[in-house]
Design a protein around this ligand. Structure first.
Ligand code: MEV
Length: 441
């Protein structure tokens, strides 16, 4: 059981599965069957998936849902969302529908500059380094010409280079900070290649013995790659169908946002809900959700305290609600060309460029937050969740479609506590209630 293994990466896929099954599972044949059950029957397509990562043994399915009726900058979008959490797609669709009748989302990219660093130690007189830098700058650009030619042809490339002295924080530590425009690509490979070339140039011109390159890497914190999305309407048009007066709803909603602006415990959950909307679109469109998460959370704590990514005002009788976030996205390169569902998702969105995708993703995050706060400040979050909760319990009980319809009607006006659903289900089937039932929360 769980013995170390040598040369695993070199084994065939079958060999890997066999070893895992035999050494980790009480029923190896069942484990092998489960892995293989999720292989794609089209061998060529499966091979593509195998080659996305290393040591692939199977595919891990996530549902791809669609939230229609997103009116963003006067254009309708149906937004693809890859996510496992129930209620997220429904919430996005509901918020989209709500704002569709109130002018929709207005979104704009504030800038799309990305940043990368050569982190190095300078073992010499720092005045020499500062003095040499202006003559070094053109050389840094010249030496990356062959790398940047294509990007320049697309209107992108290197925007600036700067020497940053960090030696007060860490002895001998300097950065070559480089700003990039990468147009429709996320640009990670391009940025890292340029930085590695620049590190060589630094060493060549300043001396191998004086420049100790620690690392060359883009930063996933992209405070200059920013998008803003907003919704607004007169407060008296905020009626949400729950019976609460628009003014009362607006006031509670405003306070909910204020709480997330000043209280990190709440801000974390508040922003998590925003990321429900953001990550799902990021995944569906083949982008890097870890990079986006990292950037958004750094942005949320940029003044030293973790705060809400959304903001709200109620001035002059107008409800205004917006999000401003860093999003470094691409619509070319990487998975966008390789994963058939990513291509399909981008086509569903009308083949957006990177800026349009930034607007769509920001609107999705804002919609998600609006839906969550609307539920939290009016009916409470459990009402919507409980519907899906009931369905999950019924699926666990392997209820038929007829039974699901029956119990959805039966619990329409009741809270479907796990034990009650199991009891009602067993009574309906005329079977005994199991002594221990698994609960889902
Ligand atoms: C659940 O995934 C997300 C919420 O907790 C977000 C929030 O509380 O704002 C509902």
């Amino acid at each position: 059981m769980n013995q170390p293994v040598k040369g695993f990466s070199k084994w065939t896929k079958e060999g890997k599965i066999e070893w895992i099954a035999q050494s980790h599972f009480a029923q190896p044949d069942a484990a092998i069957a489960t892995f293989k059950q999720y292989w794609h029957p089209d061998a060529a397509l499966q091979k593509k998936h195998d080659e996305f990562i290393e040591n692939t043994v199977s595919n891990y399915f996530l549902p791809l849902g669609v939230a229609p009726n997103f009116l963003i900058n006067n254009r309708f979008y149906s937004i693809p969302m890859a996510i496992e959490e129930s209620s997220v797609v429904a919430a996005a669709a509901k918020a989209a529908q709500f704002w569709m009748d109130r002018g929709g989302f207005r979104a704009e990219v504030l800038s799309s500059t990305k940043i990368g660093h050569v982190h190095f130690l300078f073992h010499g007189n720092s005045h020499d380094l500062h003095a040499a830098f202006p003559t070094l700058q053109p050389k840094l650009l010249e030496d990356t010409d062959r790398l940047t030619a294509n990007m320049q042809a697309r209107g992108g490339g290197i925007l600036s280079t700067r020497l940053v002295d960090k030696s007060a924080d860490l002895a001998n530590y300097f950065q070559l900070e480089v700003r990039f425009e990468t147009k429709d690509s996320m640009g990670a490979n391009f940025i890292n290649s340029c930085l590695e070339q620049m590190a060589k140039t630094l060493k060549t011109h300043l001396g191998e013995e004086r420049v100790e390159v620690i690392m060359c890497i883009l930063s996933n914190y992209t405070p200059e790659c920013l998008v803003r999305a907003e919704v607004s309407c007169p407060i008296d048009q905020l009626s949400d169908g729950s019976g609460i007066a628009p003014e009362e709803f607006a006031a509670k909603f405003f306070q909910a946002v204020r709480i997330a602006e000043i209280e990190p415990y709440r801000a974390t959950t508040h922003n998590k809900g925003i990321m429900n909307g953001i990550d799902a679109v990021i995944l569906a469109t083949g982008n890097d959700f870890r990079a986006v998460e990292a950037a958004c959370h750094t942005h949320a704590s940029r003044d030293g305290q973790y705060r809400s990514l959304t903001h709200c005002t109620l001035d002059g009788g107008v409800f205004r609600f917006w999000i401003e976030i860093p999003l470094a996205l691409g619509v070319v390169g990487g998975l966008t060309q390789l994963h058939p569902l990513v291509k399909t998702s981008l086509e569903m969105l009308g083949k957006p460029n990177a800026h349009e995708l930034m607007c769509i993703v920001a609107a999705s995050g804002l919609a998600q937050n609006f839906a969550a706060l609307r539920a939290l400040t009016t009916t409470g979050i459990q009402k919507g969740h409980m519907k899906m909760h009931l369905l999950n319990i019924l699926n666990q009980l392997e209820a038929t479609e007829e039974e699901k319809a029956h119990f959805t009607r039966f619990f329409a006006d009741k809270v479907p506590h796990h034990a009650d659903v199991v009891a009602a289900f067993c009574a309906h089937r005329g079977i005994p209630i199991p002594a221990v039932t698994k609960t889902t929360v």
